[in-house]
Design a protein around this ligand. Structure first.
Ligand code: XMP
Length: 305
């Protein structure tokens, strides 16, 4: 992108002109895309925009608190605690596409409630260029594209960043002074930790996944990965204290990428991998094993489901 200031000015006018005197909503996920779109739109129309953060319980450690703090300046911010409802919706669901679907449906229900409540005519979305490309193909059902517009009868959809790549969005986020935590944050999938848990999502697995993801993010920060995370991929035998246990197997993945369409597994030094292993197995009683994923994309995807 050549001139970020010019881009921001142009988009502020475009958003204000598009929304006019009406009301708009945006789903905030805590990721850089929706955060940047929300900040842009809020700057353009102020409290005519209601940013909605749905706490699905599938978020990263500390994410809800982070959102509350970062967006405290937006008087219209709504935080919906839907953790129990998401767990209910995921109860017994094992198939990856069905999981994505259940999450997408529940998300729409939560969001729709607020959109109707505030009488929103417009939907602002943080869709970026690679999202549109992946959704056009059949790679996976992408929960931040499609879905929402069909359910609530919006007069219009505003997607200020639809032609940007991720690195360009980060430039805009920096320009808007969103703070390093948001602008430099690794991408995080819409369905959250659910796609980092193979099989059924339970409260117990979520707690392990959340802590393990946090350890990996912190320990691998110096490698400046596109994404670094942990996934629960099954169970295996291990020894904890004097007992043989059947515990969780946690896979650690760290990749370099420009846009998520292709990715390279990063080479991590042994000492760092051992530190991650020892923290994850040490801090989580139920984890028996930690593996490092060396597969590029393709043939693997970045996430596990
Ligand atoms: P995959 O796993 O397909 O992921 O290689 C490519 C990039 O997309 C992210 N991802 C998602 N982002 N909603 C999102 O907003 C989703 O449903 C979703 N699924 C995957 C993934 O984290 C990676 O950066």
């Amino acid at each position: 992108m050549v001139d970020v200031d010019a881009f921001v000015e142009e988009k502020l006018d475009e958003i204000a002109g598009g929304i006019g005197e009406e009301h708009a909503v945006i789903a905030l996920s805590g990721g850089v895309d929706s955060s940047t779109a929300a900040a842009l739109a809020y700057e353009a129309v102020g409290d005519q925009l209601t940013p909605v953060y749905v706490d699905t319980g599938l978020m990263r450690k500390g994410e809800t608190e982070q959102i509350r703090e970062t967006f405290a300046y937006m008087d219209s911010l709504r935080i919906v605690d839907a953790r129990d409802r998401f767990l209910d919706a995921l109860d017994g669901v094992v198939d990856p596409e069905k999981k994505r679907h259940a999450i997408g449906e529940q998300f729409i229900r939560e969001f729709e409630t607020v959109a109707r409540d505030v009488g929103a005519e417009y939907l602002v979305q943080g869709t970026i260029y690679p999202d549109r490309i992946e959704s056009e193909g059949t790679i996976k059902s992408h929960h931040n594209v499609g879905g929402l517009p069909e359910v609530v009868d919006f007069e219009g959809i505003v997607e200020p960043m639809r032609d940007l790549y991720k690195d360009e969005v980060r430039e805009v986020a920096r320009d808007l002074e969103l703070g390093g935590i948001i602008s430099e944050r690794m991408p995080f999938p819409g369905p959250g930790l659910a796609v980092r848990i193979i099989g059924e999502v339970t409260e117990e697995k979520l707690a392990v996944a959340r802590e393990a993801n946090h350890v990996v993010e912190v320990e691998l920060e110096e490698y400046d990965p596109w994404q670094a995370f942990a996934a629960i991929i099954g169970k295996a035998t291990g020894v904890k204290g004097d007992n043989r246990v059947h515990g969780w197997v946690v896979a650690v993945r760290s990749v370099e990428s420009r846009d998520g369409m292709t990715a390279r597994a990063q080479e991590i030094d042994w000492e760092t991998l051992q530190r991650i292993q020892s923290r994850i197995t040490g801090e989580n009683e139920t984890v028996a094993r930690v593996l490092y994923d060396v597969t590029h994309k393709p043939p693997a995807t970045i996430e596990y489901e």
